[in-house]
Design a protein around this ligand. Structure first.
Ligand code: ATP
Ligand code: MN
Length: 478
């Protein structure tokens, strides 16, 4: 009995005329003779050739789209075009039938919305196979990038008592009987009786805990799930997403930008090398989709070109103040085409402004720095001008913000003063402030939304399509 060989390995096999066992799911069966079998190791199918005259017709009837098969046969150089090798079957075993009348995933093209509703089966499609193989490579590359540079992978908690930014909408964590919540004498919820003896929530960011690690281990990163109950039904927000958050002692804002740019290029290059077939497939998919759009809305570059362009160009670095000047003078602003007109210095940038800068003005990834302190978090390092902080946002074409980061305020007095101004409870964050009391030092870090990265590399249009089980308002079925 020979061992199962993955289809990817079979298709690359230098050897032919060998006995093989291959297992997978039927993608197509034509002329009662050619089975296209896929096992998810690659987008390509192996062709199984059936000697139908000598095969039980009852068995052949069970070779339907979606059925799971185990095939024993001989790998030979293919006679037909479209593949270099194929398997001449000697024995076919049906591991699991798939009723062709009921199986929802047919060879015809399905809408992404339909597949989202059938998310338990969408892995069986070429598009989603490609997406999740690329996602896998990107995740691995993130670890490899940091590990090669001596970073420590730190697991920050999923359940926390802090809301890192004070801004994110959090999901509560409790084991109270919701029909009978303990109250105090004054009628408030008595969290003392709750599991942790205090209100807790799912983390919106591992940064504050990451900073504690960096203040001893110097170079750390987190890579874990993050939860935000923001009721934004956008194509770029999920309620559960994965975030990569490096935090580095002794790094300046410039070091932080260099690290972020280097990391993005590294992981994109890794996926391009490792998943050339998948990215080629996704490039074609996007081209097909673009054909449905009017000429002036089509993108100038293919997906592959976009990714290569990103690798071969320095990201444009400029300050928020410089960006505001560009936006104020821009044609869409003057022609009142922005939904949110640029009022002047101090306004937060909307995604339409970010995308104008990236897609129309600079036509490449942009790093914006030194934002007004009023629109940024309390922990960002205050600049000497008294107005701005050492923030950096990285903006990507088609995505908008992909990374948000900053130099952290390491000076205790300045940090406390800002917390007071912003009504951040200092007593609750005593443990965070302790890092500034004992051996504080300059440091910096950032957060990369993993799904926004996968969105960029796969060329997909909706963030719900790049995570295996998307969570968004009113959706947590699977
Ligand atoms: P945005 O303005 O796009 O909502 P943000 O300012 O809330 O982003 P940060 O708090 O800086 O984002 O989070 C760091 C990164 O996490 C972002 O740059 C983005 O890539 C990602 N991110 C933030 N919110 C979400 C979300 N709801 N779903 C997926 N990714 C997200
Ligand atoms: Mn947000």
């Amino acid at each position: 009995m020979s061992q199962r060989v993955k289809i990817k390995a079979l298709l690359q096999s230098q050897q032919t005329d060998i006995d093989v066992t291959v297992k997978g799911w039927v993608r197509a069966f034509r002329s009662n003779r050619f089975i296209a079998l896929n096992d998810g190791s690659t987008n390509n199918n192996i062709q199984i050739v059936v000697d139908f005259e000598n095969t039980d017709p009852a068995l052949l009837k069970r070779v339907t789209v979606g059925a799971a098969l185990s095939v024993v046969g001989k790998l030979i150089a293919s006679q037909g075009k479209g593949q270099t090798v194929e398997v001449i079957a000697t024995d076919i075993e049906i591991l699991g039938d798939s009723d062709p009348e009921k199986y929802p995933i047919q060879p015809k093209k399905h809408s992404l919305e339909f597949l989202r509703e059938n998310a338990h089966l969408r892995f069986r499609t070429s598009t989603f196979g490609a997406i999740f193989r690329v996602r896998n490579s990107l995740a691995f590359a993130v670890h490899q990038f940091f590990q090669e540079r001596g970073f420590i992978y730190l697991h920050t908690p999923v359940i926390t008592a802090s809301d890192a930014e004070g801004a994110g909408e959090t999901f509560h964590v409790t084991n109270f009987d919701l029909d009978n919540i303990p109250k105090t004498d004054t009628g408030e919820i008595d969290f003392k009786q709750d599991f942790f003896g205090r209100p807790t929530n799912l983390t919106v960011s591992g940064q504050l805990e990451g900073e504690l690690g960096a203040m001893a281990l110097s170079d750390v990163y987190t890579f874990g799930p993050t939860f935000r109950a923001e009721n934004s039904n956008t194509t770029r927000h999920l309620a559960e997403f994965w975030m990569i958050e490096p935090e580095v002692a002794f790094n300046s804002l410039d070091d932080n930008m260099d690290l972020a740019e280097e990391m993005l290029k590294y992981v994109i290059k890794y996926a391009l090398d490792k998943n050339a077939d998948d990215i080629e497939f996704l490039t074609q998919r996007l081209e097909e989709e673009e054909k449905q759009k009017p000429q002036n809305e089509r993108s100038e570059m293919t997906l592959l070109e976009k990714l290569q362009f990103c690798l071969n160009h320095d990201f444009e670095r400029l300050t928020y103040t410089e960006a505001i000047d560009i936006l104020k003078e821009s044609t869409p602003n003057k022609k009142k085409k922005f939904q949110y007109p640029i009022e002047g210095w101090g306004t937060d940038l909307q995604s339409e402004h970010e995308r104008y800068l990236v897609e129309k003005h600079f036509k490449k990834p942009v790093i914006l720095t030194d934002y007004p302190k009023e629109i940024k978090a309390f922990y960002m390092r205050q600049n000497d001008d008294g107005k701005t902080v050492g923030a950096m946002d990285i903006l990507f074409p088609g995505i908008g913000e992909i990374i948000g980061g900053s130099a952290r305020e390491e000076r205790l007095d300045k940090l406390e003063q800002r917390m007071d101004e912003m009504d951040i409870p200092k007593d609750e964050l005593w443990w965070y402030l302790d890092t500034r009391r004992f051996g504080s030092c300059p440091h910096a870090g950032f957060g990369l939304g993993f799904e926004r990265l996968v969105l960029f590399v796969t060329g997909m249009g909706n963030i719900r399509d790049v995570i295996p089980f998307p969570r968004f308002p009113k959706n947590a079925e699977f």
